[in-house]
Design a protein around this ligand. Structure first.
Ligand code: NAD
Length: 281
């Protein structure tokens, strides 16, 4: 549904003379990153955008990558720039993120966009995964106002922006937010009082049904590849939530794969459309 909405917006912008353009930069040949990048390119093309991927060798220097980013910043046909993480060890990710022009930072990682999110200004870009979680909650009719929302994980790309979004004083937010992390004492005591439990710890199936309040809404952000001898490739993808036990207790739960992953890509496309729209003004 969101993809159809994005495709309509892209068609509208195209008739106004702007084809939204997303350029993804992939450094190195990490298999998981390559899969994510091709998914993003495919999705942007199928929405009618001009999607390009710049592939650079794993030995690329930081200076060379920054030069590519500068070129993209200056290219008026590129509205969104995404540098796929993780980067090889010779490159500092924060330096790269700070070089992306905030108006083209469709990942929402630039400190200016993170600051706008925290302050509650809506003219920045919000990190795609937490934005996708809000979209899922809204479209499922989940009431966030006054709800106890417990987030597991405090990363800059998921946990922190998720907390910032849910604590804002506006509709589709207004929750009472608790952020748990690797140093939290008695995790279950927090998860068991969550009306909305959002798990982004990167620990396969760590949240089991007995840790969930009956009727809670459970959003599983985790994406873990674990061994599975029953599968042809010897592995399977799973979330941070033990689905079989959690589904018996939760009122709603997102699956992995599915759920948050596709929503993240949809938000990336939405951010790129916004960036293109803003280039008209
Ligand atoms: P991260 O490793 O940067 O952060 C993990 C966080 O979890 C940390 O803040 C840590 O304190 C916390 N944590 C770890 N173990 C814990 C424990 N036992 N108890 C409580 N807290 C604990 O990870 P990230 O980048 O935020 O990603 C988290 C997960 O979400 C990963 O599985 C990742 O693959 C997935 N992810 C999915 C998408 C998507 O589009 N679906 C996007 C981003 C991340």
């Amino acid at each position: 549904m969101i993809h159809a909405e994005v495709a309509r917006d892209v068609a509208d912008l195209t008739t106004r003379g702007v084809v939204p353009g997303l350029t993804v930069v992939l450094v190195g040949d990490d298999a998981a990153s390559a899969t994510y990048v091709s998914g993003k390119e495919k999705a942007s093309r199928s929405a009618g955008m001009s999607g390009a991927t710049i592939r650079l060798p794993a030995t690329t220097s930081q200076a060379a990558l920054l030069a590519v980013v500068e070129q993209l910043n200056a290219d008026s046909t590129v509205h969104g720039i995404l540098v796929q993480m993780p980067l090889p060890s010779q490159i500092d990710p924060d330096t790269v993120i700070r070089h992306i022009h905030p108006r083209k930072d469709v990942d929402g990682f630039h400190p200016i966009n993170v600051g706008k999110l925290l302050i509650g200004h809506t003219d920045g870009f919000v990190s795609c995964t937490p934005a996708g979680v809000i979209e899922l909650l809204v479209r499922s009719g989940v009431q966030t106002r006054g709800a106890e929302a417990v987030i597991i994980g405090r990363s800059n790309i998921v946990g922190k922006p998720m907390a910032a979004l849910l604590m804002q004083g506006r509709s589709h937010a207004d929750a009472t937010v608790t952020v748990c992390h690797s140093r939290t004492r008695d995790l279950s005591a927090h998860t068991r009082r969550a009306d909305i439990l959002i798990v982004a710890a990167g620990r396969a199936e760590m949240i089991t049904g007995d840790m969930i309040k009956p009727g809670a809404v459970v959003i599983d952000v985790g994406m873990n590849r674990v061994p599975d001898a029953t599968r042809a490739q010897g592995t399977r993808l799973c979330g941070d939530v033990h689905f079989a036990s959690a589904v018996k207790v939760a009122s709603r739960i997102t699956p992995v794969p599915g759920g948050v992953g596709p929503m993240t890509i949809a938000m990336l496309l939405k951010n790129t459309v916004r960036a293109a729209e803003r280039s008209l003004h």
